[in-house]
Design a protein around this ligand. Structure first.
Ligand SMILES: [Zn+2]
Length: 427
């Protein structure tokens, strides 16, 4: 049994000073003072203690792209960001797209991940957007409930999209869509087509309809077909509108926003470390995404942690790969920018959006809660002034737009199922 003392805990209203008692399995008690003389004591030194964060959107790159990241480094990076559960996207080699490849992949996740890592399987074979995977076989043989088209071409043919929803509607599975209409995306585009790209003289960039037209297509189908669908990293005001209307019409739809779309815009674009998909949009889009998070149209926050090597990101802008690393920065950045500076979210709201909300919406069980009886997944954040230094990341990736930024929280320890899985290095 262990007990965290001297902790700042998220309460119903404000935070309060308290303690958390837990065993190898479960949280046993949470409160201002807990009598447990036999427990080993962890002194949080006034730090913030949160339920282990839940991230349903990470790219672990393993198997297939281990120069970028591995199951070990990717889950260690997540733990270093306060996460205790991640869901790993399927743009891998081999693709987890049939019952034979998924078996060994699942086993590796179980053996190598330092925190629970749940796999997505592909929606189509080889992520080519053509032939559907056998959802039922993957569900029944391996218990796979999450399917995604992220990282590939997406499904560009609406008839195949419709067939995917019809197949999924009969099963207890969630289909995640990256939402990118390739016909609207000029080759080599690397930036949002807006005021900033025009000012820089970059033509033929990515219009917001590249995302929102696809979101509309998914929303329209989800109104007719009762499949559980999820929209990844919403970044455009129009997308928000379509999701809001579809939810009102009863579609079984959830959506996520990522830290970078909540905190950055086209005006922050400097180099390939700001190149991601969907691209950073206008301030009006950012405000629409924040408003959607506040009114529940967007259900929760996910990181879209997407590591690449320094060499890959050093390529000229049109060729450099999309994506940024964000496991280790999402919570501190969102706290510092949206809670402290912009005062758009309360701390408790931010915690919920990154723990209990994704866990609930994805039916991941009783994780993401700081309550007796829930799994002993916790993270401790020191409060103060800290500089984001990519050289200190646990991730292999260094591709962050937030290098050098000052944040007010730093994760000192992460506990997964009662065991310490991350402790910050001294110095
Ligand atoms: Zn992604």
């Amino acid at each position: 049994m262990r007990k965290i003392v001297n902790a700042l805990l998220p309460g119903r209203g404000d935070q309060y000073r308290g303690e958390v008692l837990f065993s190898e399995e479960k949280i046993l008690a949470v409160g201002p003072h807990i009598e447990a003389p036999e427990a080993e004591v962890i002194d949080a030194r006034g730090g913030l203690v949160v339920p282990g964060l839940v991230d349903v959107h990470v790219h672990l790159r393993d198997p297939g792209f281990t120069a970028k990241e591995t199951i070990v480094t990717g889950t260690r990076a997540a733990a270093a960001g306060g996460f205790t559960t991640v869901c790993a996207m399927p743009n891998l080699n081999p693709f987890p797209d049939d019952a034979d490849t998924v078996g060994p992949y699942l086993q590796r996740l179980k053996d190598e991940a330092v925190i629970p890592a749940l796999p997505y399987a592909c929606i189509t074979k080889g992520e080519r957007g053509e032939e559907l995977v056998d959802f039922r076989a993957l569900r029944e043989r391996w218990g796979i409930r999450l399917f995604s088209d992220d990282g590939g071409r997406g499904i560009q043919d609406e008839r195949i999209l419709e067939r995917a929803l019809r197949a999924a509607a009969e099963l207890d599975v969630i289909l995640c869509f990256h939402c990118e209409l390739l016909s609207l995306r000029p080759a080599g585009a690397f930036m949002f087509e807006g005021e900033r790209s025009r000012q820089l003289g970059y033509t033929d960039q990515v219009p917001d309809a590249d995302e929102s037209a696809y979101v509309k297509m998914v929303c329209d189908l989800a109104r007719r077909i009762p499949a559980r669908v999820h929209i990844c990293h919403v970044s455009a005001a129009d997308s928000v509108k379509y999701i809001r209307d579809a939810k009102k019409a009863g579609a079984r739809i959830t959506a996520e926003a990522s830290c970078h779309h909540l905190t950055l815009t086209e005006w922050d674009f400097k180099d390939s470390n700001d190149k991601m998909n969907p691209p950073l949009k206008s301030e009006a889009d950012r405000q629409a995404v924040i408003a959607a998070l506040l009114d529940g149209t967007i259900d929760f926050i996910a990181s879209d942690h997407a590591p690449h090597t320094v060499q890959e990101k050093a390529k000229p802008l049109p060729e450099a790969p999309n994506g940024i690393v964000s496991s280790e920065t999402s919570f501190p950045i969102l706290y510092t920018r949206l809670v402290e500076r912009e005062k758009r979210l309360s701390l408790n709201q931010l915690i919920e959006l990154m723990s209990s909300k994704p866990a609930e919406r994805f039916n991941l069980g009783r994780i993401g809660r700081l309550e007796p009886g829930c799994p002993a997944d916790l993270a401790i954040f020191e409060r103060g002034s800290f500089t984001i230094d990519p050289e200190r990341f646990e991730s292999k990736g260094r591709n962050t737009p937030y290098a050098g930024e000052t944040v007010s929280l730093s994760c000192t320890q992460t506990i997964s199922r009662g065991r310490t899985v991350y402790e910050r290095r001294r110095g």
